[in-house]
Design a protein around this ligand. Structure first.
Ligand code: ARG
Length: 288
């Protein structure tokens, strides 16, 4: 693993909440004072950058594009591992316009040496990047979700593209529209997750794979605080303001929490993890 995680972020200059494609989005609230919310979003973005920088990340901050308010969530841009980027295909027409500028952005990342290869999924196969496909460094596998946003068909394609094991999880509700809002593998081998987000079969799958002492259950309140949607670097967790109960549990396990006010982005259904994309993740080479 590289000493300094490289993290892609997208500036929130054109961020807004003008449509509703997940149940957390509040366009009516945003419409009451767009200028003030936009301003608050810029401040929240700066706080996130400072916190990530403070825990040792190298930040690559890309400009956003007018008319694509959700581009500020680059977790959805691609799945990235071992220098390979598999570009997202968005389910909703409101976000499909991001695909072309994201491709341009990744071609730039290839030129700057952050990415080696860029690939695309076949048309009609939806997959919303790391939002629905999260690398677990402890188990050396991807956890990949299908359901509200990503197609089940994407699972096998991710597996063959990266040559890594992919554990499929089915999301059960629209509130957990992306895996990263309800599921987070941590550096110590724990998995922080919200049980009602998964179908019974996927829950069983998870519990077979991860020992009970490593499973940390989040509550509905934690979900609403976007506490599961955390950026984990070593023992640091950068996340939106959490709940007392979860703060206690994570601190007892040795994690240092950096809590931030990310309210403007939560009005779009996003927290800290969604606003980032790790570019430097590598798998551990397997022995002969
Ligand atoms: N409004 C965005 C959407 O619904 C939020 C995306 C947040 N990203 C994430 N990885 N959960 O697509």
């Amino acid at each position: 693993m590289s000493a300094n995680p490289s993290i892609l972020l997208v500036e929130p200059d054109y961020f807004d909440v003008s449509y509703r494609i997940n149940p957390w989005m509040q366009p009516e609230l945003w419409a009451r004072d767009p200028a003030a919310f936009r301003d608050a979003a810029k401040q929240a973005f700066d706080r996130l950058c400072a916190a990530l920088h403070g825990v040792g990340c190298e930040l690559i901050v890309a400009p956003d594009v007018p008319g694509l308010p959700d581009m500020v969530f680059p977790a959805n841009a691609a799945v990235v591992l071992d220098g390979k980027a598999l570009m997202a295909r968005f389910r909703h027409v409101q976000r499909q316009g991001e695909e072309a500028p994201l491709r341009e952005l990744f071609l730039g990342l290839q030129r700057s040496g952050h990415i080696d290869e860029i690939a695309t999924l076949p048309a009609g196969c939806y997959q919303e990047g790391a939002g629905d496909c999260i690398w677990d460094a402890t188990r050396q596998c991807f956890w990949a979700a299908y359901g509200p946003r990503s197609s089940r068909q994407a699972i096998g394609l991710i597996e063959s593209h990266f040559g890594q094991e992919v554990i499929a999880l089915e999301l059960a509700t629209e509130r957990s529209y992306h895996l990263d809002v309800c599921f987070s593998p941590l550096s110590g081998g724990e998995v922080l997750y919200y049980p009602p987000a998964l179908t019974p079969a996927s829950l069983e799958h998870l519990r077979r794979r991860v020992p009970a002492e490593s499973l940390i259950e989040a509550t509905a309140d934690d979900l609403a605080h976007f506490s599961v949607n955390a950026v984990n670097v070593g023992d640091a967790l950068v996340l939106a303001r959490s709940t007392a109960a979860l703060r206690g549990q994570l601190s007892r396990r040795g994690y240092r929490l950096h809590e931030l006010d990310l309210q403007p982005f939560m009005l779009s259904g996003g927290g800290a993890f969604c606003m980032t994309l790790r570019l430097d993740r590598t798998s551990t080479p397997r022995g002969p």
